[in-house]
Design a protein around this ligand. Structure first.
Ligand code: TYC
Length: 101
């Protein structure tokens, strides 16, 4: 430990752990138009047209694609925002989250 050799009764331990990051994952489906997936990725995740196209095509071909990583609150709110945006247009597009590692 980094506190070996120091007097821990007078020197409080400094907590330096960073919050765990969470992945936002885009899931493929058979109904949402490709152009709409790209639009959502650009609007919610601030991607360029090129980045958004690459992520959309990866999900389309492989079934899923990691979009980005954030702290848990941000990952969950972005996944909900993106999924709800699709729902307002009647599309089944889904974004999920999972902790990294
Ligand atoms: N598979 C959809 C289609 O062929 C397009 C699509 C791509 C949907 C990626 C969701 O995450 C997705 N219209």
């Amino acid at each position: 430990m980094s506190n070996v050799g120091t007097d821990t009764s007078t020197k409080p331990k400094i907590k330096t752990e960073r919050p765990r990051l969470h992945k936002v994952i885009l899931l493929n489906d058979d109904y949402t138009p490709r152009e709409f997936v790209v639009l959502v990725l650009k609007a919610v995740f601030r991607m360029s047209e090129e980045q958004a196209n690459r992520v959309m095509m990866t999900a389309h071909r492989r079934g899923a694609c990691v979009v980005a990583v954030y702290t848990r609150d941000i990952a969950e709110s972005k996944a909900s925002e993106a999924t709800e945006l699709a729902r307002t247009k009647g599309y089944p597009l889904m974004f999920t989250t999972e902790p990294e590692e």
